[in-house]
Write a protein that binds this ligand. Structure first.
Ligand code: TRP
Length: 332
């Protein structure tokens, strides 16, 4: 067991998909044996762009918790908590806002991209604009030292370190340690459309809760090689989503290599490949889906895990906040 404290988590704006599995869930199952690991279900962050849909966010807290438990996150090893139920995060966010300029927030490349995608124009909700500051509070409230994230989250870690260092300097105490990001090998999984990364908003995701039929249908519509029209045509393997997925999920690497050879030479149809991929993905998801259904049927049990995880987290965050308020002369 290493001394590092890991903080990781997700916005509950939808159930989790294969992209989450490859990019983070798989690693979290491993990290919980090595580190003290906290997993945040960031419902307040989800609300920054879903504030008109509070029921959706509320329900997805439960859905995401089911996903975590189904993939093997063990509540006796990892502490899962709900962001909104940690008032210390809100307090820290307010304090940190003094340490960040508007122009610095404007430069955050991830937020910039999201603002463009959402088409906010000049009407950016302030809560959305400053969510990196709130995320710095997520990370520092337990004094995390390691944050495993996808590449798109690196600017958040950078900003967290800037805030933590400013805090330590201005209030003349080493309250917060530096935070280190770990980026997984397969940081992002391409979506079924072969375009950007798999994501709910792009509608190109395969969910951990998808039925066998839904998986079959999604694989059927998967992007392959647009120039591979007849079975006899030679096909492209590079950038062919079906092969990208086979490379990641098919354990029979020698057979996949042989299929690539045949595809490139011509004579291998997309249907055959897609049938294989459907089976591979379904056999991968099937045990997760079965476990997930069990948790989903026992909501009281799942919510109790979140309640206990949140209470355990608050014991730590209360100490952090007391220390912060002490150096900021906020004790009366
Ligand atoms: N921003 C992350 C995402 O969009 C979710 C998140 C919120 C998070 N707080 C965090 C991730 C703290 C790591 C650490 O997926």
């Amino acid at each position: 067991m290493k001394n590092d404290i890991v903080l990781t988590g997700d916005r509950p704006s939808g159930p989790l998909h294969l992209g989450h599995y490859v990019g983070s869930l798989k690693n979290r199952v491993h990290y919980q044996d090595i580190y003290k690991q906290y997993i945040i279900i960031a419902d307040l962050q989800a609300l920054t762009d879903n504030y008109e849909h509070p029921h959706k966010v509320h329900d997805n807290v439960f859905q995401v918790a089911c996903d975590y438990l189904a993939v093997g996150i063990d509540p006796t090893k990892s502490t899962i908590f709900i962001q909104s139920q940690i008032p210390e995060i809100a307090d820290l966010t307010i304090y940190y806002l003094n340490l960040v300029t508007v122009s610095r927030l404007r430069r955050n490349p991830t937020v910039k991209t999201e603002i463009d995608q959402k088409g906010y124009g000049d009407a950016i909700p302030a809560g959305f604009f400053m969510y990196p500051v709130s995320q710095a509070a997520d990370i520092t409230c337990v004094k995390a030292t390691v944050v495993p994230v996808g590449e798109d989250q690196l600017p958040m870690i950078e900003q967290t370190n800037e805030i933590a260092r400013s805090f330590n300097r201005i209030y003349k105490k080493q309250v917060f340690p530096d935070v280190r990001a770990i980026v997984p090998e397969v940081a992002r999984l391409v979506g079924t459309d072969g375009k950007a990364k798999m994501s709910k908003s792009l509608g190109n995701a395969i969910y951990l809760s998808d039925s066998a039929d839904v998986i079959a249908q999604k694989v059927k519509g998967m992007y392959t090689d647009p120039n591979h029209i007849k079975v006899s045509d030679p096909g492209n393997v590079e950038g062919n989503t079906v092969f990208t997925y086979l490379d990641i999920f098919d354990p029979h690497t020698d057979e996949v290599a042989e299929l690539k050879r045949q595809y490139q030479a011509g004579g291998l149809g997309d249907m055959v490949l897609k049938k294989r991929l459907t089976e591979i993905i379904d056999s991968f998801i099937e045990p997760i889906r079965t476990r997930r259904q069990k948790f989903h049927n026992d909501k009281a049990y799942v919510m109790d895990i979140l309640k206990k995880g949140t209470a355990a987290t608050r014991e730590v965050t209360a100490k952090t906040l007391a220390e912060v308020q002490d150096v900021m002369c906020l004790k009366y």
